[in-house]
Design a binder for this molecule. Structure first.
Ligand SMILES: Cc1cc2nc3c(=O)[nH]c(=O)nc-3n(C[C@H](O)[C@H](O)[C@H](O)COP(=O)(O)OP(=O)(O)OC[C@H]3O[C@@H](n4cnc5c(N)ncnc54)[C@H](O)[C@@H]3O)c2cc1C
Length: 403
C-alpha cells in the first residue's frame, strides 16, 4: 500500500497551508468580532488574494475559472482548508455553494449554467439549498409539505423551510418541492431554482444556533414560499428527480465534510498540544506532564489518523467503484468522524480551561458551529440504522425502509 501523495498535490497542499496561515487564520478574530457581514471587506480581500495565488475554486473545471482538481486531490485539500471555519469560503468551495455548483454543472441547462453557475463560480453570487422543513422530519427527506404546481408557464411554490444555510444574502435557492404527489415516495419531489428576489420568497428569520444568530453565509434561515412563481424552465434536472439528485449531491459532499472536520480536528489537536506544552500548573510543571492530558493527546492522535484512513478509503471506493459501492462506508464515516470531531474539540477546550470557552481561540466557534455535524446530512442514528440494516440483511433479517 502506497500512502505517498503525488508531488504536485504535496506542493499544492503546502501552498494552501501557507495561504491559510497568511490570509485565513488572521481573519478568524475579525469575523468573531464583526460577524460575517461586518467582515465582508476583509473576506473579499482574502478571496481576491486566493484568486491571485491561483488557488481559487479548486474543485471546478478550468472553463469556469477553477483548478479542475480530481476528486481525491480535492478531498486532501479540503482537510487543509477545513482547519479554519473560513477556509472553504475564502477558496470558494464552501457548502452549500459547492454542492449547488456541482448540481448545476451536471444537471443545469445551458441557460441555467450562464445565469446561476457562472456567477457562483466567479464569487459574485451566493446560493442556498432549501430542503428541510420545520413541520416534517428532515431525516426522512421523501416526506415534504412544500409543493410546486405548474400553472401555465410557471411553477407556483408554497411551503415553509428552515435551516436553509446561507440563505441570508443569497442570490438564489435550490428548493426541493413536491411536484408529483401521487408518484412513488422517491419520485415525488423536484429541485427548482428560485432567485431570492422573486416575490413570495420570504426570508422570515435567521435562526440563532447555540446563542449565535450569525449573518450571511454563516447563518441558517427560515424561509416561507408564498405563491412564489418562477418560470417552468427553472426546474433543475428532470421532474421527480429531486430525491435522486439530493442523494447524488450528498455522497461526495460527505467526503468533503469529513475531510473538513479532520482539518478542524488537526487544528484543535495542535492547539491542545501547544497549550499542554506551555501552560504551567505549577512552576516548571506544564499541563502536558499530567498523564490524563497525555491520554487525551494520544487518543486524539490515534482517532484522527484512523478516521482519515477511513475517509480516504471511502473516497477511493467512490472514485474507483462508484457511489453505490461506497454507500456503507459513506454512512460509517459520516457518524464516525463527526463523533471524533466532537471529542477532540472537547478535549482541546478542556485543556484550555476557561480560555477554551472564550472567543480568544477558535475552539469555541468550532464547538458551536460543528455540534450540528452529528445532525446535518443525516443524523448519526439514521446512518447507523442504514449500516446495521445492510449488515443484518446478510444474516436474513429484513428491516425495510423505516426499520
Ligand atoms: C447546522 C445545520 C445546517 C443545516 N443546513 C441545511 C441546509 O442548508 N438545507 C437544508 O435543507 N437542511 C439543512 N439542515 C437540516 C438537516 O438536514 C436536518 O436537521 C436533518 O436532516 C435532521 O432533520 P430534523 O432536524 O428534522 O430532525 P428529525 O428528522 O426530526 O430527527 C430528530 C432526531 O431523531 C433521531 N432520528 C431520526 N430518524 C431516526 C431513525 N430512522 N432512527 C433512529 N433515530 C432517528 C435522530 O437522533 C435525530 O437527530 C441543517 C441542519 C443543521 C444542524
Amino acid at each position: 500500500m502506497d500512502f505517498a501523495l503525488p508531488a504536485e498535490l504535496e506542493s499544492l497542499l503546502s501552498r494552501a497551508h501557507d495561504f491559510m496561515r497568511e490570509h485565513v487564520y488572521p481573519l478568524e478574530p475579525v469575523v468573531a468580532t464583526k460577524g460575517f457581514d461586518g467582515a465582508k471587506a476583509e473576506l473579499d480581500a482574502a478571496r481576491e488574494a486566493c484568486r491571485r495565488a491561483g488557488l481559487w475554486l479548486p474543485q471546478m473545471p478550468e472553463e469556469y475559472g477553477g483548478r479542475g482538481l480530481p476528486f481525491l486531490h480535492h478531498a486532501h485539500l479540503s482537510e487543509v482548508l477545513g482547519r479554519s471555519l473560513l477556509g472553504h469560503y475564502v477558496f470558494n468551495c464552501q457548502a452549500p455553494d459547492a454542492g449547488n455548483m456541482e448540481l448545476l454543472h451536471e444537471q443545469g441547462s445551458p441557460e441555467q449554467k450562464e445565469r446561476f453557475l457562472r456567477p457562483l463560480c466567479e464569487g459574485s453570487f451566493r446560493s442556498c439549498f432549501s430542503m428541510t422543513e420545520p413541520d416534517r422530519a428532515g431525516s426522512n427527506p421523501t416526506w415534504l409539505d412544500t409543493t410546486a404546481v405548474l400553472d401555465g408557464d410557471e411553477w407556483v411554490i408554497d411551503g415553509r423551510k428552515w435551516f436553509t444555510t446561507a440563505a441570508d444574502g443569497a442570490d438564489f435557492a435550490i428548493v426541493m418541492a413536491v411536484t408529483d404527489p401521487d408518484a412513488a415516495p422517491h419520485q415525488r419531489a423536484s429541485m427548482i431554482l428560485v432567485p431570492t428576489d422573486t416575490p413570495g420568497f420570504v426570508h422570515t428569520r435567521r435562526i440563532a444556533i447555540m446563542g449565535e444568530e450569525g449573518s450571511g453565509w454563516m447563518s441558517h434561515s427560515e424561509i416561507e414560499y408564498r405563491d412564489c412563481r418562477v418560470p417552468k424552465e427553472n426546474l433543475l434536472g428532470g421532474q421527480g428527480f429531486g430525491f435522486m439528485l439530493a442523494q447524488h449531491r450528498l455522497g461526495p459532499g460527505r467526503i468533503h465534510h469529513c475531510m473538513r472536520w479532520l482539518g478542524l480536528c488537526e487544528r484543535a489537536f495542535d492547539l491542545m498540544c501547544e497549550r499542554a506544552a506551555k501552560r504551567e500548573i505549577a512552576p516548571g510543571k506544564p499541563l502536558g506532564t499530567r498523564q490524563i492530558v497525555q491520554e487525551w493527546i494520544a487518543t486524539s492522535r490515534a482517532e484522527i489518523d484512523a478516521a482519515r484512513l477511513y475517509v480516504q478509503k471511502a473516497a477511493w471506493t467512490i472514485d474507483t467503484k462508484g457511489l453505490y459501492a461506497a454507500r456503507t462506508e459513506i454512512s460509517c464515516i459520516k457518524f464516525f468522524v463527526a463523533d471524533i470531531l466532537q471529542k477532540v474539540v472537547d478535549r482541546s477546550i478542556q485543556t484550555h480551561g476557561a480560555l477554551g470557552i472564550t472567543e480568544d481561540t477558535p475552539l469555541s466557534a468550532i464547538f458551536r458551529h460543528e455540534r450540528g455535524a452529528r445532525i446535518y446530512d443525516g443524523p448519526d442514528e439514521v446512518h447507523k440504522h442504514v449500516v446495521a440494516r445492510r449488515a443484518l440483511k446478510a444474516h436474513g433479517l429484513e428491516l425495510g425502509g423505516n426499520g
